[in-house]
Ligand binder design. Sequence first.
Ligand SMILES: Cc1cc2nc3c(=O)[nH]c(=O)nc-3n(C[C@H](O)[C@H](O)[C@H](O)COP(=O)(O)O)c2cc1C
Length: 383
Amino acid sequence: MTDDPLKRIGMATPIFGFSHCRDVVAAVSKAGGVGVYGAGLHSDDQIAIDLKWIEDQIGDLPYGIDLLMPSKYVGSESGGLSGAQAKAAIPAEVTAFLDDMMVRYDVPEETGDEPEDEFLALGGQRYSAAQARGILDLAFASKAKLLVSALGVPPADVIDQAHARGMVVAALAGRVKHALSHVAAGVDIVIAQSYEAGGHTGEIGGMVLTPLIVDAVAPVPVLAAGGIADGRQMAAALALGAKGVWCGSVWLPTGESDLLPVVKRRLVDAAAEDTQRTRAMTGKPSRLLKTAWVTEWERPDTPDPLPNPLHAVAIGSYVSRIEKAAASPHATAQSGAGALAPTAAGQVIGLISEETSCRQVMVEMMTGCVDAVASVQDLLEAQ
Ligand SMILES: Cc1cc2nc3c(=O)[nH]c(=O)nc-3n(C[C@H](O)[C@H](O)[C@H](O)COP(=O)(O)O)c2cc1C
């Protein structure tokens, strides 16, 4: 067996495509990249269905599974809170603010009982290592070649089990010290997640973070994540020493993506400055499209977001109400639920001006990368 983890994955093209949407994952793998399924927002049943669907679509082509396994969160010292415990810890002023927001943006009430499902009761996001463990069985039984930890060093037994099954383990890092902890724990690939990126992100831009992490963890391979949507950016990342690129935002406005149409339109129209690093979604800093959801939470006269995972628990049912209302064909970005509908998105959406397909993104990225390298060479030879 080769020592190169990228070869062990079976990567044909050095493009990794992260998405919570199974259609995007399958399309990226079918186009020669490695689609990576974000399992953190899905229930166990949904994950099982999606993994089977992906495998039916792509056969033996490589794909990966990404889990949220943060090591520190409210209640981590006691193994995590139950849905009921977390709910009881939500301050009344936060609930009052959310109720008032729903009224001001005309978001219809949800009828029906409180969710019995513990996953939904906990806000529909998996933020604890304990919760993520429930889906590791599904990951280990799958044909995925890659297991990724988004928010912390994967536990030793998880790395051991993945390796025993021939899986490669990767983890995201926004600082050199996080990258070094991953490598010390036995992670095979580090993903350098820079400031520009959509989702949970740190404070260091990719131009600095990528070479810092490449040098710090060598010879462990590094993927560059954040601000990469075209071939010029891919060439730059490879020139900085990355062995491949890891993209999230570029797939959001593709035809395969299951994002709400009103949100897709906003992303296509958005400029690079229309995102914000905020605690408004999970309680941890993550980069979101600057919709009214973000501006409401960032106002000085509204409550501060709660720590992880209480924030997810506080907002879970409200976000699902907003998304249901924003799915209406009459929803617009100017008012109501369409104005609020939150999504993570990176600064790179400023470069995306039309809805394309995952295959088109991949082809343009590869040809653009080859062209960018050639033009740099021409430039240097002309000196
Ligand atoms: C909508 C969205 C959701 C994300 N959710 C996760 C996640 O659950 N786990 C994870 O590892 N990364 C997540 N990320 C980060 C991506 O994996 C990736 O690192 C990031 O999008 C790269 O930067 P880019 O947005 O500039 O392409 C998310 C990104 C976006 C845009």
